[in-house]
Design a binder for this molecule. Structure first.
Ligand code: ATP
Ligand code: MG
Length: 189
């Protein structure tokens, strides 16, 4: 039996905020592994998101130096919208022996009431909510909240800086930054 943390996200692009919360939760909850799960079509994001193949390759680069971190592409392989409900149902049936912990930042804690079939979902997996600047960890749902040192970094911030031709080094792993440069994505110039 393993304790597995799951971090779902768009990872558009992955950054040190994602790695920071994953490692903090892993250590504090004594998890064996963290599975990063990139979403196919995020139900709550209407703006166009960078194609999945780029996001998947960047995510693999981002996690590769941590032996506890893994990428699971099951949402990309499934047709249609990505609902966490479907993902958690698939994972609990594929790994019935393991304990799953679904990690979300404060913005997602606030957004939980709008999640698809959330009333069932919160009883299918343990939710861990972590601090994110600008959001509270208050919720009526059964979420275990962990105060972690907040890092005010988001993919949106990084994309905006790239659009403006500004420095992004150290906000994300060097390999991911180099991938963005080589592929000239996010308006990199
Ligand atoms: P975007 O700005 O495009 O929404 P993001 O930085 O929020 O990107 P996501 O891929 O949307 O990244 O987030 C995946 C998960 O990681 C979510 O649960 C989100 O709350 C959490 N997360 C991302 N960055 C942070 C951060 N700096 N602190 C805490 N949680 C974070
Ligand atoms: Mg987000």
């Amino acid at each position: 039996m393993k304790k597995i943390g799951i971090l779902g996200g768009t990872f558009n692009p992955p950054h040190i905020g994602h790695l920071w919360i994953a490692e903090e939760v892993r250590i504090r909850k004594q998890l064996d592994e963290i599975w990063f799960i990139p979403t196919r079509t995020p139900p709550h994001k209407d703006t166009s998101v960078l194609e999945a193949s780029h996001r998947l390759r960047m995510l693999r680069l981002a996690v590769r130096d941590n032996p506890h971190f893994h990428v699971n592409a099951l949402e990309l392989e499934r047709e249609g919208k990505s609902y966490t409900y479907d993902t958690v149902r698939d994972l609990t049936s594929s790994y019935p022996e393991d304990d799953l912990y679904f990690i979300i930042g404060g913005d997602m804690v606030e957004y939980l009431p709008k999640w698809y079939r959330v009333d069932e979902l919160v009883h299918m997996v343990r939710f861990i909510g972590v601090s994110r600047p600008g959001y509270t960890l208050e919720t009526v749902y059964p979420v275990e909240c962990l105060e972690i040192h907040p890092l005010d970094i988001s993919s949106t911030f990084i994309r905006n800086r790239l659009e403006d031709g500004e420095l992004i080094r150290y906000l994300l792993p060097d390999d991911v930054m180099n991938y963005i440069k080589e592929n000239q994505i996010y308006g990199y110039r």
